[in-house]
Design a binder for this molecule. Structure first.
Ligand SMILES: [Zn+2]
Length: 68
């Protein structure tokens, strides 16, 4: 059996094996998290940590799901 530990068996790039490098501090690079848009399915990055089970949208789709 080929046991792919970090292989590319999953198409997506969800690196959720470890819980992030949290460097406390307001200054510095934003932590971008790669996510898959729940609407169009494109891979995008968001400057926050999306909650599990919550849909995340790319920039294109976000306005469509924002109620303002
Ligand atoms: Zn989208």
């Amino acid at each position: 059996m080929a046991f792919n530990d970090r292989g590319n068996s999953r198409g997506g790039s969800r690196g959720s094996s470890h819980g992030g490098g949290f460097r406390g501090g307001s200054s510095g690079p934003r932590e971008m998290t790669k996510v898959i848009c729940s609407d169009c399915g494109v891979e995008t990055e968001v400057p926050f940590k999306p909650n599990e089970g919550r849909p995340v949208y790319c920039r294109e789709c976000l306005p469509n799901h924002r109620k303002f």
